[in-house]
Design a protein around this ligand. Structure first.
Ligand SMILES: NC(=O)c1ccc[n+]([C@@H]2O[C@H](COP(=O)([O-])OP(=O)(O)OC[C@H]3O[C@@H](n4cnc5c(N)ncnc54)[C@H](O)[C@@H]3O)[C@@H](O)[C@H]2O)c1
Length: 365
């Protein structure tokens, strides 16, 4: 077997981390970089030693490419992924899967008919942090998981992102931009959600870009920038989540799972590693457990897809999981408008945790 051929489509900010990792995994070979902006594609190809650069069509015509890594903007996720599947490729989308469940479902259906696979970020759920936590929970470290509590608050990404406008429009905002990390992490513990309710608000109608060539430019805010959500899971668990771009006090990565015997603090779900802390009933202190396994970053989900494809087994960061999380977030948004519980109907197959010895840097293909 040979390494799986990959094309990266969308060579913007997040493409650096992907290209750094994808080109370091021996089981993958990045063959082409593509972007609407050809100069960006060429620059990233040159920087990471990728042999070809061009348009989306050129990437899709490349015979060696089996899997397209779609790092375009959320509004282009569905269109680019559909084109990739139409060209006979498998596809990995950055999150969210698409901007609405109908196009997400259509994408999964098209892929199924074509015999293609869809994977989707966040692959932080495959990081050593959450994987260690899952193995500990499976081994009974907190008893039966019952409830989840998450907090994500910041002043907003417009201070550091040079083109933050899309982060305040349909398909983004704190709910859709950061919700996938938190909802996916909880899904890996509690399974599928059954209903949600939420309240939210928008602190300002416009914001100002804080860095890069467009610094000082005012842009409109089209989504709620503070969302508090309640989730009930089919298995009976319950969770409370807060997402906010309206807080001067940054607080990232707070995820606690409480079980019948103990509370577990997970590492930041927007990171791949970190310690796990367990506070058992009747104990004054947290027990700190380092995450186990070889650390790596964005691209892990693509690698698991490649290895799973070749082994003919399901990949872990699946399109179905991402579609469920998208449906959940859309239900949260609907609840904001109607102030009522909204049902969530979709589900996904819970993937097994990665084995502790799973090594992204080993050559297995
Ligand atoms: N920036 C981050 O920290 C971050 C973190 C995690 C996930 N993401 C996700 O990654 C994706 C990209 O984010 P980014 O911050 O890199 O955005 P970006 O604006 O920096 O880059 C997006 C790139 O996609 C290209 N593009 C857009 N439509 C295209 C199309 N139809 N065909 C080909 N190229 C197209 C653009 O020209 C641009 O170069 C988004 O889905 C975002 O949610 C970003």
């Amino acid at each position: 077997m040979a390494p799986l051929g990959v094309a990266v489509v969308g060579c913007g900010k997040i493409s650096d981390e992907y290209l750094r990792n994808l080109t370091a995994f021996p089981d993958l070979r990045v063959l082409c970089c593509a972007d609407l902006d050809l100069e960006r594609a060429k620059k990233q190809a040159a920087k990471y030693g990728v042999p070809a650069a061009g348009t989306l069509s050129q990437a899709l015509e490349h015979d060696g490419v089996d899997l397209v890594v779609n790092l375009t903007l959320p509004s282009a996720h569905a269109e680019v992924a559909m084109a990739a599947i139409g060209a006979g490729k498998h596809v990995w989308n950055e999150k969210p899967l698409t901007t609405d469940p109908a196009s997400g479902r259509a994408l999964l259906q098209q892929a199924e008919q074509a015999g293609a696979r869809v994977g989707c970020a966040p692959d932080t759920v495959l990081g050593t942090g959450l994987q260690t936590a899952r193995r500990l929970i499976q081994a009974g470290a907190i008893g039966t998981p019952q409830t989840g509590l998450t907090l994500m608050q910041s002043p907003g990404p417009e201070s550091w992102h040079p083109s933050p406008e899309f982060l305040f429009q349909l398909g983004a905002g704190p709910l859709f931009d950061l919700g996938p990390y938190y909802f996916s992490a909880l899904a890996m513990i509690f399974g599928a959600a059954s209903r949600v309710a939420a309240v939210g608000r928008r602190a300002a109608a416009t914001r100002v870009i804080g860095s890069g060539p467009k610094a000082g430019t005012t842009f409109p805010v089209g989504v709620p920038t503070h969302v508090g959500a309640l989730v009930e899971y089919t298995g009976g668990a319950a969770a409370s989540l807060l997402f906010s771009f309206d807080s001067p006090l940054p607080r990232h990565g707070f995820v606690e799972i409480t079980g019948t015997e103990a509370t577990m603090a997970l590492p930041d779900p927007n990171r791949f590693d970190g310690d796990i802390r367990i506070h058992a009933a009747g104990h004054g202190d947290w027990e700190v457990i380092p995450s186990a396994g070889a650390p790596a970053g964005r691209g892990l989900g693509v690698l698991d897809m490649a290895r799973s494809l070749r082994a003919d087994r399901p990949h872990r960061a699946s399109g179905e999981l991402a579609e469920h999380v998208l449906e959940l977030m859309v239900a949260v948004q609907a609840s904001l408008a109607g102030a009522a519980f909204e049902p969530v109907d979709s589900g996904f197959v819970m993937p097994p945790p990665l084995p502790e010895e799973w090594d992204p840097y080993a050559r297995t293909l």
